[in-house]
Design a protein around this ligand. Structure first.
Ligand code: AMP
Ligand code: MG
Length: 325
């Protein structure tokens, strides 16, 4: 190995991750992480920050071990500047800055959503897709023109958050998505509100209704099944319109909710019907992880940055991009 540009990262939200990307070999060398979870309650920002403080050294050590490297082999540090929960972002930023000072390394703050999009391209080979970005905190249909443009988005809560909220209310714990998916396997359809407004989607009314129905005694399994079918159909309707409008030939599903097999299946069916290609990011790179931040740092390695602030509300369409290809 020579002239390796290796980038280390920290993370975004409930996950503290450290990834190492090797520029010369275009390889992900490590992707260690530790995710904050609960059995019953939801995600509390200060508890997430406490979790991150407790695990950061351990996760860094794991990543270095996985890559068979030491900090002396690292050339650049990237961290999530935003969007995300401020207390969690601060822990990550401080850790990145401390390491950068100690090892005299360049440091770059990247946009968490752009990192999700780019790792999706890196892993799947998609060229210029409609990005269907569905995570815990954000749900957006994005296309790249001169900048990233948000074609449509969730107006109230994100799709991942909708699953998390419903799961919390019915006592399934956090994160809710995988638990809802498991329960849905035994469910049948009950009607829930379907809410597409122009190019945007709104999940809050659906969750409220599902919780009401749960309190009236409708089976959890049926509600989980219907919640999935309804939310995913709404998102696919918007993605389909984006495809027609932007004349793209690919759709790429990314973000933590891309872990849903049912969602992937529904996306593949819609794309087959339209004669376009469906891509889903591999499971290991669907949710938040360090590798995507490391990779994004590497893509932006030539950018000079003087201030290392956090930007908890940094939208993807505010990012000054370079479209690398
Ligand atoms: P992220 O914010 O990108 O890390 O994604 C986390 C979100 O993905 C959480 O809201 C999870 O509930 C959701 N999620 C994870 N796995 C699944 C799944 N199999 N089905 C639906 N949502 C999921
Ligand atoms: Mg994320």
């Amino acid at each position: 190995m020579f002239l390796a540009s290796r980038v280390l990262h920290s993370t975004g939200r409930d996950t503290f991750g450290v990834g190492i990307f090797e520029g010369s070999g275009q390889r992900i060398l490590a992707n260690a992480r530790d995710t904050f979870t609960t059995k019953e309650g939801g995600m509390i920002p200060n508890e997430v920050a406490k979790h991150h403080r407790e695990v950061k050294e351990k996760v860094l050590a794991q990543a270095l071990e996985e890559a068979k490297l030491t900090m002396k082999d690292i050339d650049l540090i990237a961290y999530t500047q935003g969007p995300g929960l401020a207390p969690a972002l601060l822990v990550e930023r401080d850790f990145a800055v401390t390491l950068a000072q100690e090892y005299k390394l360049k440091i770059i703050g990247v946009n968490h959503i752009v990192a999700h999009l780019e790792i999706g391209l890196f892993c799947t080979g998609a060229q210029d897709p409609i990005f269907l970005f569905c995570s815990g905190a954000n749900t957006q249909v994005i296309v790249h023109e001169d900048k990233y443009r948000v074609f449509g988005e969730a107006l109230s809560i994100a799709v991942g958050n909708a699953f998390d909220k419903f799961a919390r209310e019915i006592g399934l714990g956090f994160p809710g998505g995988p638990k809802v998916e498991e329960m849905a396997k035994k469910g049948k359809y009950v009607e829930l509100p379907y809410s597409v407004k122009g190019m945007d989607v709104d999940f809050s009314g659906i969750v409220t209704r599902a919780i009401q129905l749960y309190k009236k005694g409708i089976a959890k399994e049926d509600l989980c099944f219907s919640l999935q079918e309804t939310c995913f159909s709404m998102l696919l309707e918007v993605a389909e319109r984006a495809l027609a409008h932007c004349e793209k030939k690919e759709v790429l599903l990314i973000g933590g909710v891309a872990a849903s097999k049912r969602f992937s299946e529904m996306l593949a069916a819609m794309c087959a019907q339209r004669g376009v290609t469906a891509y889903t990011v591999p499971l290991a790179y669907a949710g938040d992880q360090g590798a995507m931040i490391a990779y994004q740092g590497w893509l932006e390695r030539e950018r000079a940055q003087k201030e290392f602030d956090i930007n908890p509300k940094w939208r993807v369409d505010e990012v000054e991009t370079f479209w690398k290809k």
